[in-house]
Design a binder for this molecule. Sequence first.
Ligand SMILES: [Fe+2]
Length: 457
Amino acid sequence: MLKTGIVAAFIIALSAVAHDPPPMRHWEIPSSDPDRIFLSFIGDPTTSRAVTWRTDHTVSNAMAEIAVALGEPNFNRHAKRVEARTEIIDLGQILGKERDPVHYHSAVFQGLEPDTLYAYRVGDGGKRWSEWIQFRTASADHAGFTFVYFGDAQNDVHSRWSRVIRMAHQTAPDAAFALHAGDLINRANRDPEWAGWFKAGSYLHAQWTGVPVIGNHEYTNAGGTSTTERTMSALWRPQFTLPVVASLPETLHETVYSFDYQGTRVIALNSATEVKAQTRFLEEQLKKPGARWLVVTFHHPLFSPGGRGHYEPEERQAWLDLFKKYNVDLVLQGHDHSYLRGQVPMIGNGQPMGFQTLFVTSVSGPKQYPTNREHLEKYRPENYTPARRGENTQFFQVIRIEEELIIYEAYTATGELYDRAVIHKDFTTGAKTIHSEYAGIGERTMENTIEYTKKGL
Ligand SMILES: [Fe+2]
């Protein structure tokens, strides 16, 4: 009898484990206080920004305030108020369980002065405001600046990615923006994972301007190849206010966009879907005058360290051809869960000569895959040369743009410089050179680091 009772209790306990969702962490629970505050580019970075935040469903009259930041505590005396747009998100429907709807609010700051430190806050116009958060608008000149770039955060983000973004902030506190090259989380519609991403970055998501790039995991059925089986995360558009390119299909809106920052054009593409439909936009952006440097970012790598790129050959070729034609400087990617920096040369009279484009694949989260050296051999006919690899390591990158230089640096999660390359461009001819340094550290591999296991991730 006692035995039967124990077995029954065990079964009840097991079924509770299997069916009861874990209780929400306190920082997942929406309230009338703003959380998940995210600053983004929309329009000209010298004069505008967008901010997006979340509250519970009691806040409908949301707004933002902005003022030039001054040393005096009453800097906000003449703050400008901006009405927010509010979107109601039925979390219950997204999660398939009973939950109150949440409200996502977005406000756009326009008419700002270039190269000026501003302070903003978001709230309900009454007693529920965020703290004042400071950011600097871009200079109207081609002045030097720094930005940070992260490969996939994706898994166990709250626990193990937080240290990476925080070390990136310690290394490059004045970064003009933070670029996230796709797969920010693992399951597109899992609100607790997004909660973890926002908690991990905390106020850095509100203080640095964020540049989110969409990956396959921001779609449902992330492993699927057919676009009809997959839908974009119901939270992507509500929580990131991003430029809409009207000439693109609606399905690509807020996932394909570009901006110019102090002479550098950054073009974000969506490699998870409708790749062909973006090629014309890519070319328009590459040939548009006004940019001294061209940086392109998307999730699935063209020169894939693990052989995990998902391009059809003609799609892959179309983007590559454009990078060559317009002399693209830097391509920033993710997806393969390992680190690889490599390059392709300029082609003159059918012969490779000098350097043209630096390709980087990186990973910032804990999920790690080995690189596939045999696969890399397949890129030989395209004159691709791998320069530096890294496995079983969480990375972030700090990229400094100077007058005639791009100074590219990859750091490990501990803040150790792992890889460095300096690109020099002659702006009269477009000719470039690259100087690589390995920071005196041997290559990190699956073999010479602590055995990788998914257990605990
Ligand atoms: Fe991916």
